[in-house]
Design a protein around this ligand. Structure first.
Ligand code: NDP
Length: 451
């Protein structure tokens, strides 16, 4: 069976016209798995493509809360339970004004394959709200999280669906959500991951996605016969959880990360970015990156609006290895060409789908190593599953143990993706390798479980 335009059209018809990021993700996967579908009719016989591209269920609900000025505010909450062939639904909650059902379907769909690649017993889901945490007081965040959980608690459970954090949802929000769940249900169970350590969180969860992305890239460089990170110049976008821990691990392995970005601009510090200052600005004070230059006047700050359309300053800075770690579609074809022209040897996606399809094509056509998000950023969900295991067995693992398991998991994913690409005649193509390896495991489980 090959993927016809008819299949794509059918998927478009059964979703909203505005679900473009979802269609983008589906088309990429379907293109990659063509050889698997063509080589074995069993997948067509079991309608696996139709079943895999349709979420098991989607919840949409009203979230009403009161702000500090006693005004009543209304937001929309969502949870998409996409596929649980391999285990309970698992995937983060995103609080950002851009959140809608299309974005969450894209993220939930990607999560199925990512979770499959980890080799751990977890299915795929995603959720969130169009609530914007920026500029809100702690009390307002708490009120919103409480109201959000009064609805969400109906759909989740340690063996059903275990959400985690994502953009706009860190340990603070997870703490408030957990507290409300406990209050409503009188039950102390591991229904969320990314919890603070003092009440059931795993050590290393905050670091996991960024560290994992660097471990993955280190392994990918080795497979390509290239030396590791020592003295390599790296560019990183984002200044949140993923970006800051990517920078931290890059320093630990001897690299020099020289950039980071937020939604307003880019910092370029050719001597290597000051991680302590970044943590203070973004994690503690939640301030703009522009303030970095008040301490380091030699660094260059470029506002988003001061950079020509179609590209981003951060990808125009010469580097050996690039780590897009902010948001979807932040690396365009102009950026990809700049990276290639400046001699970049690898691009690793810390964020979910940060590169546009054309950008990926340019990167791969020019022999630059490319690590897709569903493989490279799987470290976060892997450690989330470790947190579920610790909660279920009422134990606490050491930092060293979790780090070692994370590193082994990421190197094993890289090997699986690499070997799968070789097996299907597309050696070095980590996009196809990841999609095929992720797909086969889920599809075979779906067939074994019946309809
Ligand atoms: P955070 O909210 O902690 O940080 C996101 C950062 O990216 C912020 O600094 C934000 O800027 C910046 N940013 C947002 N939009 C843009 C933009 N258009 N251009 C430049 N910078 C931008 O999120 P995370 O670090 O947790 O997540 C980042 C990405 O990684 C997302 O795609 C997420 O889905 C993915 N991911 C996260 C995982 C995790 O464990 N946290 C796991 C797997 C994937 P500002 O400070 O101005 O808001």
């Amino acid at each position: 069976m090959s993927i016809s335009n008819e299949t794509i059209e059918k998927i478009r018809r059964s979703n909203c016209a505005t679900d473009d990021t979802f269609f983008q993700a589906v088309e990429e996967v379907l293109e990659s798995i063509k050889p698997v579908l063509d080589s074995d009719p069993i997948y067509e016989r079991h309608s696996i493509v139709d079943r895999l591209t349709t979420p098991d269920r989607e919840f949409k609900f009203k979230v009403v809360w009161m702000d500090d000025n006693q005004n009543i505010q209304v937001n929309t909450g969502y949870r998409v339970q996409f596929n649980n062939a391999l285990g309970p639904y698992k995937g983060g909650l995103r609080f950002h004004p851009s959140v809608n059902s299309g974005i969450l379907k894209f993220l939930g769909f990607e999560q199925i394959f990512k979770n499959s690649l980890t080799g751990l017993p977890i299915g795929g889901g995603k959720g969130g709200s169009d609530f914007d945490p920026k500029g809100k007081s702690d009390f307002e965040i708490m009120k919103f999280c409480s109201s959000f959980m009064t609805e969400l608690h109906k759909y989740i459970g340690p063996r059903i669906d275990v959400p985690a954090g994502d953009i706009g949802v860190g340990a603070r929000e997870i703490g408030y959500l957990f507290g409300e769940y406990k209050k409503i249900t009188s039950s102390y169970e591991g229904i969320l991951t990314g919890k603070p350590y003092m009440f059931g969180g795993s050590l290393m969860r905050p670091e996991a996605t960024g560290y994992g992305c660097v471990y993955f890239t280190d392994e990918m460089l080795k497979f390509a016969g290239k030396d590791g990170f020592k003295d390599r110049i790296c560019t990183v976008s984002g200044a949140g959880n993923v970006a800051l821990h990517t920078i931290e691990k890059l320093y630990a392995l001897g690299a020099k990360p020289v950039t980071c970005t937020d939604s307003r601009g880019t910092i370029y510090d050719s001597r290597g970015v000051n991680l302590e200052l970044l943590k203070e600005l973004k994690l503690v004070r939640r301030a703009s990156l522009e303030e970095y230059c008040t301490v380091h006047s030699e660094a260059i700050y470029t506002k988003v609006e001061d950079y020509p359309q179609g590209g981003h300053e951060v990808w125009n800075i010469p580097c050996d290895c690039a780590f897009p770690s902010a948001t979807q579609n932040e690396l365009t074809k102009v950026d990809a060409q700049n990276l290639v022209d400046n001699g970049c040897i690898s691009v690793s996606e810390g964020a979910n789908m940060p590169s546009t399809p054309t950008a990926i094509q340019i990167i791969q056509d020019n022999g630059v190593l490319f690590a897709p998000a569903k493989a490279a950023n799987a470290g976060g969900v892997a450690v989330s599953e470790f947190e579920m295991s610790q909660n279920a067995s009422m134990t606490k693992w050491t930092y060293e143990k979790v780090d070692k398991m994370l590193e082994q998991t990421m190197r094993a994913i890289c090997k699986r993706v690499h070997l799968t690409a070789e097996e299907y005649g597309v050696a070095g193509n980590y996009v196809d390798g990841a999609n095929i390896a992720g797909f086969k495991k889920v599809a075979d489980a779906m067939i074994a479980e019946g309809i």
